[in-house]
Design a protein around this ligand. Structure first.
Ligand code: UD1
Ligand code: UDP
Length: 356
């Protein structure tokens, strides 16, 4: 069978890498990068580390408003898909590249396979929520990471084509653990931090970065923590800190974005992780590291069970208390599958081939 897989932004590269490895054992795959993310540390580093095939096509759409970015990707993807006419088009997650890929394929009558289907925050203010709802509603295959996602789809009347396979991010983490173990000591030494004695932070959601008051509150909370805070900074966050002239406390180290193995090493050894990232929330849970989610809702409610994840929004005292809370006593539950989501996806595509 022939597939086109579409990626564009950081959290899609590791998902595509793990699926590509399974897919390419028996099938042809053309990998298309929209170019939504383009800095070396936001894109190329993942291809190098995960030994991914280079994208066959890079559309180079770059940064722009939602409409312009989505429209550029839509136009470029339509041309590629019209020429390739694959058996199915694979899209990941909930970015503008995901929506553009799903829409371009569906309008050409090509089956869409959505990896990470059924996630909902029920917050239409989030651009990702719009992307994922629309993508799910034009998809032929809806590969869900959690049981909650299956329920969310059912509530919207989507039952056909739903396959509960587990989370490809968990597959990717298991695949990467050996490499993480190899780099972990040097990563901690590089930043002068000790295992269990620092916090790790990330933030990039528009609601946290485009509002100087919200971003200022996050930085104030990090500054109020009783240990060093390592903060690999998304370019939009760094730009927002610079343009608002926000103060950064001496215990907070702003770093450029880090590579995937380095990031997992920093997560695994942190006392707690503070984040608004969907991927980082789950990775903290997989690694049994307490998480503070800098949002008021999560698409990953399984991570809240047992107190492993706590939602704080931008409340300064709430963030400090949550980050310094005692470690949960019960082990995280195996709610994200068995680490074989990607091979299950390939088996389903083979067993239930797209009919068009
Ligand atoms: C996008 C996704 C978000 C995902 C995140 C992962 C959408 C709507 N949002 O958000 O769901 O969680 O990626 O990181 O698709 N920039 C650079 N270099 C880059 C990429 C971005 O400097 O390589 C800067 C640009 O100033 C750009 C800004 O970051 O305007 C935002 O990038 P964009 O891709 O539009 O959205 P993200 O916030 O990265
Ligand atoms: N990540 C990384 N380096 C960083 C920040 C994040 O490798 O500096 C990884 C992280 O470990 C996870 C993925 O990127 O695997 C999550 O991407 P991001 O937070 O950008 O997007 P989201 O998951 O929120 O859509």
């Amino acid at each position: 069978m022939r597939f086109v897989s579409i990626v564009g932004a950081r959290p899609q590269f590791m998902k595509a890498a793990v699926l590509s490895r399974a897919l390419r054992q028996r099938h042809e795959e053309l990998l298309v990068h929209t170019g939504q993310h383009y800095d070396d540390l936001m894109s190329d580093v993942f291809f190098r580390e995960l030994e991914m095939p280079a994208p066959d096509v890079n559309l180079g759409i770059g940064s722009a408003s939602h409409a312009v970015q989505t429209a550029r990707a839509l136009e470029g993807l339509e041309a590629v898909l019209r020429e390739q006419r694959p058996d199915a088009v694979i899209v990941f997650g909930d970015t503008n590249s995901t929506l553009a890929g799903a829409l371009a394929a569906a309008k050409l009558g090509l089956p869409v396979a959505h990896v990470e289907a059924g996630l909902r925050s029920y917050e239409r203010d989030l651009p990702e929520e719009i992307n994922r709802v629309l993508t799910d509603h034009v998809s032929t295959y809806l590969f869900t990471p959690t049981a909650t996602a299956v329920d969310c789809l059912r509530k919207e009347g989507i039952e056909k084509g739903v396959f509960h396979v587990g989370d490809v991010m968990y597959d990717s983490l298991l695949f990467s653990l050996r490499r993480v173990a190899e780099v972990e000591a040097s990563v901690l030494a590089q930043y002068g931090i000790a295992a269990g004695a620092y916090f790790l932070a990330t933030a990039h959601r528009a609601s946290n970065t485009d509002d100087a008051q919200a971003l200022g509150a996050l930085l104030a909370a990090f500054g109020g923590l009783d240990a060093p805070v390592v903060f690999p900074t998304h370019p939009r966050t760094q730009a927002a800190i610079d343009s608002a002239g926000l103060a950064v406390a001496p215990n907070v180290s702003l770093l450029p974005p880090v590579g995937y193995f380095e990031m997992l090493a920093l997560e695994r050894n942190a006392r707690a992780v503070l984040t608004d990232s969907g991927g980082v929330q789950r990775e903290a849970y997989f690694l049994a590291v307490p998480c503070v989610t800098l949002r008021t809702e999560t698409e990953w409610p399984e991570t809240l069970v047992g107190g492993w994840n706590v939602l704080t929004g931008t409340n300064v005292a709430g963030i400090v208390d949550a980050a310094q809370r005692p470690r949960p006593q019960t082990a995280p539950l195996p709610a994200f599958g068995d680490g074989r989501a990607s091979s299950k996806i390939v088996e389903i595509l083979e067993r239930d081939p797209p009919n068009r």
